[in-house]
Design a protein around this ligand. Sequence first.
Ligand SMILES: *Cc1c(COP(=O)(O)O)cnc(C)c1O
Length: 385
Amino acid sequence: MKNNKSTVSVRSGLNNDKQHGCVVSPITLSTTYNFFEFNKPRLYDYSRRKNPTRDIVQKTVADLEQGKNAIITSSGMSAIYLICIALLNSDDCLIAPYDCYGGTYRLLNALNSKKVCRVQFVNQNDTELMLKCLKQKDVKLVFIETPSNPMLRVVDIRYMCSLKERDDIVYVVDNTFMTPIFQNPLNLGADLVVHSCSKYLNGHSDVILGAVISKDIYLHEKLMWWSNALGITGGAFDSYQLLRGIRTLSIRVCQQQCNTKNIVDFLLKQPQIKSIYYPGLYSHVGYKIACQQQTGFGSIFSFELKGTEGVVSKFLKSLKLFTLAESFGGVESLIAHPETMTHAAMSKQSRDTAGINNMLLRVSVGLEDSVDLINDLDQALQSIS
Ligand SMILES: *Cc1c(COP(=O)(O)O)cnc(C)c1O
């Protein structure tokens, strides 16, 4: 019998302590493990390679994404780096979206400059361009991020994967925005899923970790070998905290989504707002595909204020319940100005192509009462009218 996701996230790894019958698994902090005897190692030898606490949360994350297995890495960025190093050679090409997460853009750009691999940034909604790109003989990896950050553009994962020209092309989906609760890319044709666990999976803005989930064991083994060789596996304490965060994942993302719907409905009616980007809006370009491949719309949206930069600064200063900070996915509501914060490392030209201007703000809706959040936005909007 296969359990549903909220059951998996609550019960995975419970009651596995043989010594005391702990319901919650203890943290195993030991870096090293004794041998049974000469030349007889145990399952565990050294925690960089394999650690019981990390193993529990790896299994939980893999089960939630319906993959074979997962690797918990020191951050979302190291998860992406791991995939590139393990799977690409200097004469291989990686295709990435031009509007991917700022840190991913910076890393892939640097790997391209260092000739670790060739990287091509493209608009993945341009089907003709994608078809042309995929015909190149050196393409080995397609990286997808949907919905994208911060414009929430939606890419059709199933369709993208169906364009695969050769079997040796690996499709990777960054599923950080949707979480396994709202989207399962492995069921849509992807080979690997990456997460920044620092966002919704942990959900409390106090852990940096990443994850790579594999559809097949062969890819997993290869990535495992490299994660140990590079030494980028996640620590035991962090893994423990991550599992604790995952216990409430399903209920958190559902309530955050409800709050988001209320807030977006309110903002749609406000004259100071120029546009709102949220895949749950019928008017959003990605609405139809989002309905097909997602079971929810999440709790991140972006919007543009009317006016000039001074308006943005005044609006942000007036907010009391939205903290001006990068990141998203925690229980607290955050607001960010992509141009000067999350996407500052991008060139002006790339930002323009992606549609990021100085009036754009990105909101991560938390678990506060949505009435309070709306009242706060309301008074901040009054302050700029
Ligand atoms: C935050 C984030 C990352 C990077 O993860 P870290 O844990 O901060 O290293 C990668 N992709 C997306 C979509 C993110 O939001």
